[in-house]
Structures are given as structure tokens and as C-alpha cells.
Design a protein around this ligand. Structure first.
Ligand SMILES: O=C(O)C(=O)CO
Length: 437
């Protein structure tokens, strides 16, 4: 019989495999006799003068490839731009590929933004643009509204936001109001063309305007939200001075909202989200003989609070029966002290906090990101058990020290407790697997 550690890893890897983009595109996107259809939205491709595809995000290439394959012969008529995190070849001659920066924008992010805006602004009402949007796009493509802001300031702004401890919707509310390519502004650039956006979502259900900062979606956040968020998370002290000033002086402009006429020819479809991860994880856990519950209440909570909550839930389940498995999808937040230089991310941080709580017990805790990259490390996440804390003591790097330095990866790598998948070309948020035999 397999061990609880082996099962936790099996459940996570199965969930990743079952949630791949390619089969999802194959199931949902149909193209017959030049008519493309997805979720009841039909497009007679021969009726458009230009067919443009813009793919942005960590899953840009993995979405673009099956999309072009599904449209069959019409693929020759598609032209466009792919903005992803890796160096990959263009799918055909009419495509330009950019490698953007993540978690902070780089020169490629800026070049991509300029090219995307130029391309969209040339479209007319006779054209169709299909956007393929996945998470990570906020950094992979960027240009600030204010002209002349340096790449260094832009990157420092992103870093300050990501490390602020704010949930993704709040971080992206700020980004949207600073950027020329977020908060519906790509939809503005593409109007009056017909627009279809297909999402691979790494944000909570119902918050599509936060996905890669909603470049094609009506923004639900307002400038007033930005000023409130800045206060709540102390952003004015964290942000570069010239950006912080825009907030203190309240000079930000509003983004396009739901009733804006520019969205009259837009449709949006979610291809995959974290529900796919948790459903597949639950299926596999049951096959392995575990009694499963899914609990996402702690989505967007701080890592400390989420550990406490999930350990409490696991304890309740365990009082009723043996072999219990608690699954939780979503993300936790971490507030990184300014100047911290450790390696890691929210998943490894969560796992290390959990390792202190399960020390000496038979409980196993896994926390992993579906994109395969946790924070600034090369791991997807970590898998800890009742011996992790003691093993850390033995090698002279206590868990508490690694947590304080936000250096979870360095410790977990030495303990061989990291999960290494490599970048998955997907991005559906994180999955936590807690097993009590
Ligand atoms: O905004 C981003 O880039 C995210 O990863 C969330 O979608």
C-alpha cells in the first residue's frame, strides 16, 4: 500500500494532468465549415476581414496551439501576438512572440504591450479578435498610462504590490488604474472589432476582472477602491515615490465599466478554473481510498490563518473517521518584509507553517501551484509531514528561521520536501492536500 506522502503527491499530479488546457480546448471549441463555436457563441470566420489572435499569460502558448489546431484550415488566416513566460517558437508566420517578465515586468513585457496596442488600434468593425487570457499576464505585458515611467519604476511597483500581502483582486485593482493595457483597456483599443475572450482562470470565481488585471473585461473596481486598498496595505510607503504620489494626490483616472458601449461586441468564456483541479483531486483521492472533503473558505486568507483553519477542519474530520483527505483550492497571501532576500513562495511558506503544527503526527500536508512555479523559486510547492520540523533542526536551519527570512525554498530543497514539476504551461491557482491516515 502506498504511503500518505505518496498519495498526496499522486493526488496533486493527477489533478494537474486532468486539468490540462489542450483537452479542454478540444472539448469546448468546435469549428466546422468555417463556423467557430464555443459555449453557444458562433462566429462565421469567412465573414471577417482580419482574424487576430492575442494570447497573454502563463498559458499563452498552451492555449494558442490547440486553438489554432481546432480552427483547422482557417488557421492560415489568423495572425497575432503571443506573450508568455518562456522562449517558444511562433506557431506560424503571421505571429510575433514575446517573452515577458514574471513576477515583475521586463523589457519584453513593455515591447509586447506596445505591439499589442498598435495591432489592436488598427482593427475595424469588419475584424474579429480572439483573446486567450491566463494568469501572469499582469507582469508579462505592461505599459503604464503615464508616459515616460521607467521600466525600473514599473518593476518596483509590481514587486511592492505582490509583496504587500494584499489579495490578488486588490493588487490588480491598483495595477488596472495605473496601466494602459489592463482594466478593459485592450477592449477599448480593439473596438469596434468583434471580440471573444477565452480564459484559463487563476482568480476566484466571479472575479474575471482580476484575471491578469482584466485587459478585455469591464472593471468592477474604482479609483476609490485603489485609495482604500493603498491605505489598508500601507502601499504609499512601499511604492516608488512617483507612483505613491499619484495615490496620495488622488490623480488616477477611472477604467471602463460594464455599461460602457465598447463592450457591446464582446463575449467572454471560461475554459478552465480551479474547480477542475479540486474535482480531479477529489476523484483521485477517492480512488486511493480516502474520504474527501473540499473546503475553499480560506481562499485569499493569510497563510497563517489558512493553516490554522484547515488544520482545525482536518481535526474535525478525523474525529469522525479514518483516512480523511481535505482539499482546498485557491491562494493564500503572504506579506514579505521589505528587503527580504529569501527564496520561496506562498505554497512553500504555507507548507512550512503547517509543518510546525503537524510535528510528531502522521498528518501530511501538500501545497502546490498549478503553474509549477512558486514565487521566486523553481519549485511548484512542497510536501511536508510530521518529521519535517525535526529534520530541519537536525540540519541546523530551523523552520522558524526559514519562515522569518521568507526562505522556505532553501530549507525545503535541502530536506527534499519540494515538489518539482517545472513550468506546466497552465495556471489554475493552487491546490492544498491534507491527509490524515
Ligand atoms: O494578474 C495576474 O497576472 C495574475 O496572475 C492573476 O490573474
Amino acid at each position: 500500500m502506498s504511503t500518505a506522502r505518496e498519495d498526496a503527491l499522486d493526488i496533486f499530479l493527477y489533478a494537474l494532468k486532468a486539468s490540462r488546457v489542450e483537452p479542454a480546448m478540444e472539448r469546448r471549441l468546435v469549428c466546422r465549415d468555417g463556423v467557430m463555436e464555443i459555449d453557444g457563441h458562433r462566429y462565421v470566420l469567412g465573414g471577417y476581414e482580419r482574424l487576430v489572435l492575442i494570447a497573454i499569460g502563463k498559458a499563452a502558448h498552451t492555449m494558442a496551439t490547440p486553438f489554432l489546431w481546432r480552427v483547422g484550415d482557417v488557421r492560415e488566416r489568423f495572425e497575432g501576438i503571443i506573450v508568455g513566460p518562456e522562449d517558444e517558437a511562433a506557431p506560424s508566420q503571421g505571429f510575433r512572440v514575446y517573452r515577458g517578465g514574471h513576477p515583475s515586468p521586463n523589457a519584453g513585457s513593455m515591447e509586447a504591450a506596445a505591439d499589442v496596442l498598435r495591432t489592436l488600434q488598427a482593427l475595424t468593425e469588419r475584424d474579429l479578435v480572439v483573446f486567450l487570457i491566463s494568469g501572469g499576464g499582469s507582469a508579462l505585458m505592461e505599459r503604464f498610462l503615464e508616459p515616460g515611467v521607467s521600466l525600473e519604476t514599473i518593476a518596483a511597483t509590481h514587486k511592492a504590490l505582490v509583496e504587500s500581502g494584499a489579495p490578488i483582486a486588490a493588487i490588480n485593482a491598483v495595477r488596472k488604474h495605473l496601466s494602459a493595457v489592463k482594466g478593459g483597456r485592450l477592449a477599448v483599443a480593439a473596438a469596434p472589432a468583434e471580440q471573444l475572450t477565452i480564459f484559463v482562470s487563476d482568480v476566484p470565481a466571479g472575479e474575471l476582472d482580476a484575471l491578469s488585471s482584466g485587459p478585455t473585461f469591464p472593471d468592477r473596481s474604482s479609483v476609490e477602491d485603489v485609495y482604500r486598498i493603498a491605505k489598508e496595505y500601507g502601499l504609499e510607503e512601499r511604492l516608488p515615490v512617483e507612483i505613491g504620489k499619484k495615490i496620495t494626490e488622488r490623480t488616477l483616472g477611472e477604467t471602463p465599466k460594464e455599461d460602457d458601449a465598447i463592450f457591446a461586441r464582446s463575449q467572454w468564456v471560461v475554459l478552465l478554473d480551479s474547480a477542475s483541479l479540486e474535482d480531479a483531486g477529489a476523484e483521485r483521492a477517492r480512488e486511493l481510498g480516502w474520504h474527501v472533503e473540499i473546503d475553499n473558505h480560506c481562499d485569499d486568507w493569510s497563510a497563517e490563518r489558512a493553516v490554522e483553519y484547515l488544520m482545525g477542519r482536518l481535526g474535525e474530520m478525523r474525529r469522525l473517521r479514518e483516512r480523511v483527505c481535505l482539499l482546498s483550492a485557491g491562494e493564500v497571501t503572504v506579506q514579505v518584509p521589505r528587503g527580504a532576500t529569501g527564496r520561496g513562495g506562498r505554497n512553500q511558506h504555507f507548507a512550512l507553517i503547517a509543518s510546525e503544527q503537524i510535528a510528531g503526527s502522521d498528518v501530511v500536508v501538500l501545497s502546490g501551484g498549478s503553474d509549477g512555479i512558486d514565487g521566486n523559486s523553481s519549485a511548484a510547492g512542497a510536501l511536508v509531514d510530521g518529521k519535517t520540523q525535526a529534520r530541519a533542526e537536525e540540519i541546523g536551519y530551523p523552520v522558524s528561521a526559514a519562515l522569518a527570512a521568507f526562505d522556505g525554498h532553501t530549507l525545503l530543497e535541502q530536506l527534499d520536501d519540494t515538489i518539482m514539476t517545472g513550468p506546466t504551461g497552465n495556471n489554475l491557482r493552487d491546490l492544498r492536500v491534507l491527509l490524515a491516515p
